[in-house]
Write a protein that binds this ligand. Structure first.
Ligand SMILES: Cc1ncc(COP(=O)(O)O)c(C=O)c1O
Length: 396
C-alpha cells in the first residue's frame, strides 16, 4: 500500500495555470507548435544590472544563510520604496522577505488564521488564494463579482459576506486574472466596512507597477489613516522586474504579525535565497528604465488583445487597468457543439482550444468564475497574433 497523504493536502487542488502550461509543454515536446497564453510570467529576461548584482553577491561570498526575515539592506530598500512611492511610513521590522509573494501570502494566512475563521475572497480570484486559505483550516468565503462592475467587490457585497467569524478580506489590485483595479474611492469605501467590523485586509499588490495609462494604482493602506494597523501588504520583484525565478517577495504588516511571520519562516525555510535578495536590492534601488520599457511593450500588447477580443463575435472582457491578463467572457460560445464535441463549460472550452488549435489558455473555473477564459499577454506579439487568429477560427 502506498503511504496515505494527509487529508489537508488531499483536499488541495493543483494549480490550474501550471496544469495548462504543463499540457502545453507536453504537446510541444510531441512536436506541435503551441501558442501558450497560459502562464503568468513576464517573457523578458531579468535586466542585466540585476543579474550582475547577483554575480557580485556570489563573488563577495553572500552565499550563506541570511537573517530569517531577510537582510537589513533589502528591508530598508522596501521601506524606502513604500515611503517614496506612496508616502507610507514603515519600520524595517515590519517587512519580512520571503520566497516570492506566494510564500508571503502563505505565511500571512498561517500566522493569522485559525480553523473556522472566514476569509472573504472576491472571485474571479488568483488560483492559489483559496487553496492557501484552506491549508490553514480557515474557510474561504468566495464572493462572485460581476463583469459590469469591472470584477470589483462592491461595498454591498462585502457587507453581505461579513459574519461573526470573518477575519480578513483579500484584495488583489491590479487583479490577476481580470486586470481590473480599484480606485482610491472604492478602496476607502471597502476600508470603512473593514474598520467597522474590525477586519484585517491582505492587499496583494504584486502588480502595483504594471499599470496602464489612464489608471492610477492606490496602495490599500494609504486610503484611510490607521489602515496600516490592519493591512498586510504583499509585494515582490517577480512581475515588475521579470524575476519570477529568483523567488523574492515580501509582506509589510503590523510589527507583531511580522515577528510571527519571521518566526514561522525561520522554521519553514530558514531564509529566502541570499543571492536573490541582493539581486532584489539592485532591482528596487537601481535604474528603473527597464520597468518602463517592459510596461510599454505590455501596453502595446494590451491594446492589441483588447482590439482582437472586441473584434471576435461573442467575446468580451472588462478593461484591463493593470497586470498582463485578459479575462475573456466566452459564455456566448458555451452550450454548443464544436466539430462534434459538445462544450458546456470553460474547462472543456480551453482543453478543446488547446487540442484543436494549439492555443493554451486557462479556464475561468480555476479562478472561481465559470464562462470565462484567461489569456496572458506576457508573450510576444507574434504569438498573440497567431493565437488570436486561432481563437477566432475556433469560435466561428
Ligand atoms: C496575484 C498574484 N499574487 C501573487 C503571485 C505570486 O508571485 P511570486 O512569483 O512572487 O510568488 C502571483 C503570481 O502569479 C499573482 O498573480
Amino acid at each position: 500500500m502506498p503511504p496515505t497523504i494527509s487529508r489537508i493536502v488531499q483536499a488541495l487542488e493543483p494549480s490550474a495555470t501550471i496544469t495548462m502550461a504543463t499540457k502545453a509543454k507536453e504537446l510541444k515536446a510531441a512536436g506541435r507548435t503551441v501558442y501558450d497564453l497560459s502562464l503568468g510570467e513576464p517573457d523578458f529576461d531579468t535586466p542585466q544590472h540585476i543579474c550582475q548584482a547577483a554575480i557580485e553577491a556570489m563573488e563577495a561570498g553572500h552565499t550563506h544563510y541570511t537573517p530569517a526575515g531577510g537582510i537589513p539592506e533589502l528591508k530598508q530598500a522596501v521601506v524606502q520604496q513604500y515611503q517614496t512611492a506612496y508616502g507610507l511610513e514603515y519600520a524595517p521590522n515590519q517587512v519580512v522577505v520571503s520566497n516570492g509573494a506566494k510564500h508571503a501570502l502563505h505565511n500571512a494566512f498561517t500566522v493569522l488564521l485559525n480553523p473556522g475563521d472566514e476569509v472573504i475572497i472576491p472571485a474571479p480570484y488568483w488560483v492559489s488564494y483559496v487553496e492557501l486559505v484552506k491549508l490553514t483550516g480557515a474557510v474561504p468565503v468566495v464572493v462572485q463579482t460581476r463583469q459590469e462592475d469591472d470584477f470589483k467587490l462592491t461595498v454591498e457585497q462585502f457587507r453581505r459576506a461579513v459574519t461573526g467569524r470573518t477575519k480578513l478580506l483579500l484584495l488583489c489590485s491590479p487583479s490577476n486574472p481580470t486586470g481590473s483595479m480599484y480606485t482610491p474611492g472604492e478602496l476607502s469605501e471597502l476600508a470603512d466596512v473593514a474598520i467597522e467590523h474590525d477586519l484585517l485586509v491582505v492587499a496583494d499588490e504584486i502588480y502595483e507597477r504594471l499599470v496602464y495609462e489612464g489608471h492610477r494604482f492606490a496602495s490599500f493602506a494609504t486610503v484611510r489613516p490607521g489602515l496600516q494597523e490592519r493591512t498586510i501588504t504583499v509585494g515582490g520583484v517577480s512581475k515588475t522586474y521579470a524575476m519570477t525565478g529568483w523567488r523574492i517577495g515580501w509582506t509589510i504588516s503590523p510589527a507583531n504579525v511580522a515577528k510571527a511571520i519571521g518566526g514561522l519562516q525561520s522554521q519553514e525555510t530558514s531564509c529566502p535565497s541570499s543571492i536573490g535578495q541582493y539581486a532584489a536590492i539592485a532591482a528596487i534601488c537601481g535604474p528603473q528604465e527597464c520597468v518602463d520599457v517592459m510596461l510599454a511593450e505590455f501596453a502595446r500588447r494590451r491594446e492589441f488583445v483588447t482590439r482582437r477580443i472586441a473584434e471576435i463575435s461573442g467575446l468580451s472582457c472588462a478593461e484591463m487597468g493593470g497586470a498582463f491578463y485578459a479575462f475573456i467572457n466566452i459564455s456566448e460560445h458555451l452550450g454548443r457543439s464544436y466539430s462534434g464535441v459538445q462544450i458546456d463549460d470553460s474547462t472543456t472550452w480551453c482543453l478543446e482550444l488547446l487540442n484543436k488549435q494549439n492555443v493554451a489558455t486557462v479556464m475561468g473555473f480555476a479562478f472561481g468564475t465559470e464562462g470565462y477564459a484567461r489569456v496572458s499577454f506576457a508573450t510576444s506579439m507574434e504569438n498573440l497574433a497567431a493565437a488570436f487568429d486561432r481563437i477566432e477560427a475556433f469560435v466561428v
